[in-house]
Every structure is written in structure tokens, then in C-alpha cells.
Design a protein around this ligand. Structure first.
Ligand SMILES: *Cc1c(COP(=O)(O)O)cnc(C)c1O
Length: 455
């Protein structure tokens, strides 16, 4: 560690309150400064190399070496570093980005509202949905249904939409948001088939809408695959049943594609993979490859027709909605996804290879299940496979494994008793082999930690 980063590390520890961090622990033991990225690798202040199995925070889908995106941002900053899009103004980058992002969305989604983040985009969804039902004369349709263990961001509205009970304990969630079951097969009763778990979770949505009254329910928000909640890949029975339930009851679907969007599941959006027809699409993260903060909402023609034909001014927006540098990053990123045929590459080459290698982890002594979809993956850590009993009652095994992974040069994430990964969509097969090898070493060390023998 050189003295420069040493000083900065101390400054960070003493002055910087981080997101999702235990402050007492951080003050005591500190953290790690990352100072360089190259390809799919990140390097910390000591030069320690980590294969980035999380694509940053699910956002650097194309890794850390995309000069075209950097150049687009730089050129935009030199020419017009800022102008706003309030009161009939716009900028060329925002207009170009509106075209580029709606072009890759389903055919019935042709308008976009820009924000700076996924959280703000989900706040915007509520504003749009409430406005829409007011304008069509159904002002009582205001309730929003979400799911347990969902993650939709961290503003008051987005965290209310989320289903993280530990987060809800730290503020007062909005009263008009309700939650239903998640389609989590491995976490359900072991006697149930995946089909049954998917249908039961869908039925919990139908029951909730009927209990609240369909006339009062505006929308259902869901991630196609729950990401931060543990890469919960729904059984095949789930989404068709959910779409039917929503259609029958005139409830809008908000597809939160902040993680699933931009080829993560092997199509442009998760709704393309699962065949749903969302009225609103939340995007952020991979839209700029993480190089600039940008989020937004793709809005269906059904809703746009109402918003653009009645009601006057929509009283909502952010100073940086349609920020030129962020939009320039978005245009350049989408151009890279096109140039690399990223959705097809994930669907036909990288995803199948990843699925095959990841599935091999299931033979490890402490792996109860290994699942993937596109370039999303999770493993469930257990002490005993048939009973699915966990390694310890405190559910800290994931954190133990994450520590060993970092020691072995791999960044993955722990969610209670599972390890999750969302590797960059530009990994080579050799880099995937390397990721699996490092993860296997971390699993061996975790097994040893809990006194379990591995062959
Ligand atoms: C990260 C995330 C968000 C929040 O996005 P921010 O840019 O952090 O506000 C919303 N939804 C999902 C599914 C996410 O993964």
C-alpha cells in the first residue's frame, strides 16, 4: 500500500458513510479501495486482482475497457456538459438516447422518461401510474402490489416497493404498497415441484388483488428474475399465470428490468425472455455500462396516449433528467451492445457455456442447488442436501464464502445462504473457467470452515 492510498483509506474510514454498510464495523476494520479496472478484472489499492463476478453492481455488463463509451462521454462534456429538459427544452444526446433505448424495447413501448437511477425510475412509475388512472377517471385505483424480498431501490417509494423486511424496519413504508409471495422454489416446502411453487406464488397475487378489490389496484411491480433478493429464477409456470391474472383484473405490469435489461437474460429485456407484456419498464445500471448514472422508464403506447392527450403539465422530473453526458453514455453503450450482438451472444454462446460450467458446482459437498438463467447465477449453500438444512442458524455462510472468494481473486455476492453472480457479458470462456475455479476454491475453504470434508 503506498502512502497516498493509505491516507485515502483512512479518510474514507473516518469521513465517508457508505450505502448498505455497518458503520461501527467499517470504522473499526475499514474496507478496500478499488483503484483500477481492466477488461473483467478490478484491482484494489494493493494491486490485488479480482475477477469481477458481479459486473460492478450488476451494471458494467461490458466490463471496464470500453473506450467508445468513454470517448462519447468526453466529447459530450466538451461540447455541452449540461442543459436541462424542463419547459420544452431538450438536448441532442437525450433525443438520441430516447430513440436508441425505445428501439430495443418491445414494440408497444415507444416513449421514455429519464431519471438518474433505478430508484428514481420506480418513484416515477408510481407517479405515472397514479396520474394515468386519475386521467382516465379511475382515481381510486392507487394501490401497488410488489413481492417479498424484491429490490426496487432505496428512496422511500422504491424501498416501500421493495420487499426487504430489514429495510422496512428502518423507515415507515408507504401505506399503499402491498406484498405477495416470491416464486422461490428452493426456499419453499421441499415436497412441492417447481411448477407448483410458481403457480402458488401467482395465486397469491390473484388472492391479494381480489382481497383489495381490483378497482383499487393500479399495478404490480416485479423483477423478471429477482436479483438482489438472491437470483430467484421463477419456475416456468409463474409468468404466464401472472400475466393472465393481471390482464383479467385490469392491473398494470411494471417490469423492473434494472438488472435483467440489456441482455442479462439473453434477450434485450427479461420480459422478452419470459413473454410478458409490461406497461412500464424500469431501466438503469447496464444502460450506460455503469459509466454514468442514468435510469428511466419505458412507457407503453396505452399510457402515453392518455398522458399526451389530456391533463396538462405532468408535475414531475429531475434537474438531471436527460443529462447529456449520461445520455451520450447510453447511446454509446447501446451501440456497443448492437456491435457485439450481446443479446444473441449471451443466448447462444456465453449463457449456455456458463450454465454448463455453473451446473458442475452442484457436485460440491456444500452446494444444494446451482441455478442459472442467461448470465445470472446462484448456488445454495447447505450442510445436508436432502433436507436442505443450512450450514448455521445465523445464515452467515454466504459472508464466509464471499470472504474466501475475495481471497481467491473473485468478487461475488452473498445473500444469506446463497452465493450469486452476474458476470460481465464480455467474459471469455477461459475467464468463466477461471471464475468457476476460484469459486470452487472458496467453497472448499467454506466447507473446511464448517468442518465438512470435501473429496
Ligand atoms: C439496483 C436496482 C434498483 C435501484 O437502482 P439504483 O440505481 O440503485 O437506484 C432498482 N431495481 C432493481 C431491480 C435493482 O437491481
Amino acid at each position: 500500500m503506498n502512502s497516498h492510498t493509505n491516507d485515502l483509506n483512512q479518510l474514507d474510514r473516518e469521513r465517508h458513510l457508505h450505502p448498505f454498510t455497518d458503520y461501527a464495523a467499517y470504522r473499526q476494520s475499514g474496507g478496500t479501495l478499488y483503484t483500477r479496472g481492466e477488461g473483467v478484472f478490478i484491482y484494489d489499492e494493493n494491486g490485488h486482482e479480482l475477477l469481477d463476478g458481479m459486473s460492478g453492481l450488476w451494471c458494467t455488463n461490458l466490463g471496464y475497457s470500453q473506450p467508445e463509451i468513454v470517448q462519447a462521454i468526453t466529447e459530450q462534456l466538451e461540447r455541452l456538459p449540461f442543459y436541462n429538459s424542463f419547459f420544452n427544452c431538450s438536448n441532442d444526446a437525450a433525443a438520441a438516447m430516447a430513440g436508441a433505448v425505445t428501439d430495443v424495447m418491445p414494440a408497444h413501448i415507444n416513449h421514455v422518461f429519464f431519471t438518474n437511477s433505478g430508484s428514481e425510475a420506480n418513484d416515477t412509475n408510481i407517479r405515472i401510474v397514479h396520474r394515468y388512472f386519475d386521467l382516465i377517471g379511475k382515481p381510486q385505483k392507487k394501490l401497488i402490489i410488489s413481492r417479498e424480498n424484491a429490490y426496487h431501490g432505496s428512496t422511500i417509494a422504491a424501498a416501500s416497493l421493495g420487499g426487504m423486511s430489514d429495510m422496512h424496519k428502518q423507515f415507515t413504508p408507504l401505506p399503499y404498497v402491498h406484498h405477495v409471495q416470491q416464486p422461490y422454489w428452493y426456499g419453499a416446502d421441499a415436497d412441492l415441484s417447481p411448477e407448483e411453487v410458481g403457480l402458488a406464488a401467482a395465486q397469491s397475487l390473484a388472492d391479494k388483488i381480489d382481497a383489495l378489490g381490483a378497482d383499487n389496484v393500479a399495478a404490480f411491480i416485479a423483477e423478471p428474475v429477482q436479483g438482489a433478493g438472491g437470483v430467484i429464477i421463477p419456475p416456468a409456470s409463474y409468468w404466464p399465470a401472472v400475466q393472465r391474472i393481471l390482464d383479467e383484473r385490469d392491473v398494470l405490469l411494471i417490469s423492473d428490468e434494472v438488472i435483467c435489461g440489456f441482455a442479462r437474460t439473453g434477450q434485450w429485456f427479461g420480459c422478452d425472455t419470459f413473454g410478458t407484456h409490461p406497461d412500464l419498464i424500469t431501466f438503469a445500471k447496464g444502460v450506460t455500462n455503469g459509466y454514468q448514472p442514468l435510469g428511466g422508464v419505458g412507457i407503453s403506447d396505452k399510457i402515453t396516449d392518455v398522458l399526451t392527450s389530456r391533463g396538462g403539465e405532468f408535475g414531475h422530473g429531475f434537474t438531471y433528467s436527460g443529462h447529456p453526458a449520461a445520455c451520450a453514455a447510453g447511446v454509446a453503450t447501446i451501440a456497443r451492445y448492437h456491435a457485439l450482438s450481446t443479446p444473441r451472444h449471451v443466448r447462444e454462446d456465453l449463457g449456455p457455456y456458463w450454465a454448463k460450467k455453473w451446473a458442475e458446482l452442484a457436485d460440491h459437498a456444500i452446494v444444494g442447488e446451482a441455478r442459472t438463467l442467461g448470465m445470472l447465477a446462484a448456488i445454495e449453500l447447505v450442510r445436508d442436501k436432502p433436507s436442505r438444512s443450512r450450514l448455521e442458524p445465523e445464515h452467515k455462510a454466504g459472508l464466509v464464502c464471499r470472504g474466501h472468494a475475495i481471497e481467491n481473486g473473485l468478487m461475488v455476492r452473498a445473500v444469506r445462504d446463497s452465493m450469486i453472480s452476474a458476470a460481465p457479458l464480455v467474459c471469455t470462456h477461459e475467464e468463466i473457467d477461471q471464475l468457476i475455479e476460484r469459486l470452487r476454491r472458496a467453497l472448499d475453504a467454506t466447507a473446511r470452515h464448517y468442518g465438512i470434508n470435501t473429496p
